[in-house]
Write a protein that binds this ligand. Structure first.
Ligand SMILES: Cc1cc2nc3c(=O)[nH]c(=O)nc-3n(C[C@H](O)[C@H](O)[C@H](O)COP(=O)(O)OP(=O)(O)OC[C@H]3O[C@@H](n4cnc5c(N)ncnc54)[C@H](O)[C@@H]3O)c2cc1C
Length: 456
């Protein structure tokens, strides 16, 4: 499920649902969840273990924020709906709006994909800047409180053991927060599965698709009018990839990465060497003429795509939800996590409007699963192109991989096909849109070169 399949946000849609909700984790998912809950609860408290700065800076609690984050079109549209004039505020703070159809250069399957004919705006900026603006907007909402420097150490249960009634905190004078709804937005390392087990519930099944990815990132000087982005994911037989996006303050972030043990460097000189071995030459060229501004290389290992199947559970406590990376996290090269978080918030908005608190978790997990399916299929489908990738393989992965590979190659010279592909990658349209007869016809049509070879 993508942006196209979910009705848009409607502020009039949600009536009063409850008095107080608590959201654990003030990263993108927690903040967007807080935003939609504020329509239905008198008060929403978002609790974050990190001290939150009044400046856009990276945080230890979300170390991935030191690395390039692309907000896909699906996520961008939802942010614009949830926070009117978000784009203007982002740009005023130094962020950029780039056009995926001209500024974004996507290399895959041994070539650059053609530029699509239609403008496709994307927000480009550092992840701390994006998160900071979202946080500022959320904190301004009446009834919202942000408790930072507070670690949630446990959920509270009612006497029947069937419903969560709030959280216990460490690091704040108030040690218990009672709530009508508690939401886990603590990311990939979420402790909810262990907690469920300790309470006598069955934890969700987990799927790990192991790709052994690692990211290395530096910040580089940028000419102000140079808004180009380059993105070249590792794709077999090449275990290396890289990319760069323009960010605020005349800088760009540049990353190199490797999968299946082809570890990227943590040293600046080695970073340059690694960048010169990629399939694309642009990163090396940029580094030849522009200074690396960061003093060191930020490194982030990402062993596996991970998914927890909450939707399959027969029993789950009332008044508890899990959202975002805490349910599933994907190979970040495809830039889906924040858009999935935004789509989850939109799903939650509609589920609250339709159901209130009754059966909320069951309804939400069912719908959220459909969002996750799309992102999961795209990410692990691409990862399984490497024979070294291990884990449960979704049905149809091989044929989907073959088809996408052929489509991408055709899109090297076909801007309209490129647009179809981009709209799926950007989570605006579902992958099924790539199987419409008009698209299949273009993809399967023999190329002139192969016709020559057949006739020879
Ligand atoms: C290297 C990398 C690059 C990425 N690039 C992209 C990209 O280009 N585009 C994109 O859309 N996505 C990208 N992602 C994914 C994106 O970062 C996440 O999907 C996004 O942050 C949403 O995650 P989340 O809010 O669910 O969890 P997280 O971002 O992990 O946040 C969890 C929060 O919970 C807090 N927390 C944890 N435990 C507690 C506790 N007990 N008490 C209180 N607070 C707690 C943490 O401090 C943290 O703030 C990338 C991820 C990685 C790893």
């Amino acid at each position: 499920m993508t942006l196209e399949n979910i009705p848009t946000y409607d502020p009039e849609h949600v009536g009063r649902v409850g008095e107080h909700a608590v959201v654990v984790g003030a990263s993108i998912s927690g903040l967007l969840t807080t935003r939609v809950l504020a329509d239905g609860f008198d008060r929403v408290t978002v609790v974050e273990r990190n001290e939150l700065s009044d400046e856009p800076v990276a945080r230890d609690g979300a170390p991935q924020t030191r690395h390039p984050h692309l907000l896909q079109g699906g996520g961008r549209v939802i942010l614009d709906d949830l926070f009117p004039d978000f784009g203007d505020e982002f740009v005023a703070a130094g962020g950029l709006v780039i056009d995926a159809a001209s500024d974004f250069n996507f290399y895959d399957e041994d070539g650059y994909v053609a530029h699509p004919p239609t403008r496709m705006p994307l927000y480009a900026g550092s992840r701390p800047l994006l998160e900071y603006i979202v946080r500022r907007r959320v904190a301004d909402i009446d009834g919202v409180r942000v408790f930072d420097g507070c670690h949630v150490i446990d959920y509270r249960m009612d006497d029947t053991g069937k419903a969560v009634t709030g959280v216990e905190l460490r690091g704040e004078s108030e040690t218990v927060l009672s709530a009508d709804l508690t939401v886990d937005a603590t990311g990939r390392a979420s402790r909810t599965p262990n907690w469920l087990e300790n309470q006598g519930y069955t934890p969700p099944e987990v799927a790990d698709v192991t790709v052994d990815l690692a990211y290395s990132t530096v910040t580089v000087d940028r000419d102000t009018d140079d808004k180009r982005a380059f993105w070249a994911p590792a794709s077999p037989p090449y275990t290396r990839g890289g990319g760069t996006i323009p960010i605020e303050a005349g800088r760009r972030q540049m990353l190199v990465n490797g999968v299946h043990g082809d570890d990227p460097p943590t040293d600046i000189d080695e970073f340059r060497t690694f960048a010169s071995t990629l399939q694309i030459t642009e990163l090396e060229e940029i580094l030849e003429t522009h200074e690396i501004l960061s003093e060191d290389v930020a490194y982030y290992p990402f062993p596996s795509n991970r998914r927890r199947y909450y939707e399959q559970l027969d029993r789950f406590p009332d008044r508890l939800l899990v959202v975002g990376d805490a349910i599933a996290s994907y190979n970040p090269v495809y830039g889906q996590g924040m858009s999935v978080a935004a789509l989850h918030a939109l799903v939650l908005h509609h589920t609250l409007a339709d159901n209130g608190l009754g059966n909320l978790a069951i309804q939400f997990f069912d719908e959220a699963e459909r969002v996750i399916d799309t992102a999961w299929l795209m990410a692990v489908g691409a990862d399984f192109q490497f024979p070294q990738t291990t884990g449960p393989k979704p049905r149809g992965t091989a044929i989907m991989g073959w088809y996408l590979s052929r489509l991408t190659r055709k899109a090297h010279t076909d801007g309209e096909l490129a647009e179809r592909l981009f709209r799926v990658i950007l989570m605006e349209k579902p992958p099924t849109s790539l199987f419409r007869p008009s698209v299949v016809g273009r993809v399967l049509k023999p190329s002139i070169r192969s016709l020559h070879q057949t006739n020879a």
